[in-house]
Write a protein that binds this ligand. Sequence first.
Ligand code: ACO
Length: 336
Amino acid sequence: MRVFQGGKRLPLRSRITGTGSYAPENVLTNFDLEKKVDTSDEWITERTGIKERRIARDTETTSDLCLEASKKALQAAHLKPGEIELIIVATMSGDMPMPSTASLLQKKLHAKNAAAFDLNAACSGFLYGLSVADNFIKGGTFRKILLVGAEVMSKFIDWQDRSTCVLFGDGAGAVILEKTTGQRGILSTRLFSDGNLWDFICLPGGGSQYPPSSKTLKNKLHFIKMKGNETFKIAVRTLEKLVVDTLRKNNIKLSELAMLIPHQANLRIIKATAERLNLPMSKVAVNLERYGNTSSASIPIALDEVVRKGRIKKNDYVLLEAFGAGLTWASALIRW
Ligand code: ACO
């Protein structure tokens, strides 16, 4: 690795050297949902842009999805599991409260030299994880990190609640981050939260506030609740400002941006953000019509797709942004 160029020390960075993704085989279409709840393909398509989502089998867990995505990312980075020094899994739907899904993934992957922990920032989880991994690498603690965003949302959804069950899907996306020097890599990450609005999106049951009991089951507290419309309005306003501020702080013009990879919650949020920014949709990665909202998995799945399709090239500026429960929001600017 070159550390100096022209007598000057090159900046130490982390760089994504491999990506991978996985989604369960089982596809649930809007037409399938029409048979379960009072909804229609027309409503779901118009209000969200989603056409279908993937649903894990009863026996399939979040760490199983992580494993498949991680194997592909390792292969793309030409690394063996034993070379990984840290595994971070961003998830709000892990296999169990304890141990972490990252520890279960470490076992399944035979990544015997890796430390492991989970991180929960809901839909912003992957970008929070990217920031943590980037800082661990820049600080010199680890050189090779596996970061996965993975969710089995389908097991935390009330399949009788039409306002939430049409939105979410299951999947996993993984990246390998490695130490590098030079201009390419993660240029900046920005993290935000407003806990005052915690009840906009929450899953209240099963923790220390409402431990599992027959009452929490009866009151359906183990399912996701969302104030969709209120969340929608704040998301659009916040994401526009987030993108503008991230570019400004890094002295990058919007016209220099090769690709925006937004969290895939709702096509209307994505289009409204692009419109407010004056960014053509050809520069925005969209795949939610096939996966729905996979929370922390949505950005790494979309990233893996654009990488494998060759839609981003060496030295391109790529901006990732997310908004979700917490409330939390986050961005990352990458020079690919
Ligand atoms: N089918 C048919 N009708 C429905 C459905 C459905 N599946 N769901 C709701 N409706 C009805 C409502 O009952 C309501 O009827 P009413 O006017 O008679 O009361 C009407 O449709 C409009 O409901 P709204 O909730 O106002 O619909 P909206 O246009 O806001 O769309 C949606 C709802 C899709 C949830 C949208 O608000 C949204 O995407 N919100 C943001 C979600 C988000 O970004 N979340 C953050 C990430 S998630 C995380 O962190 C885990």
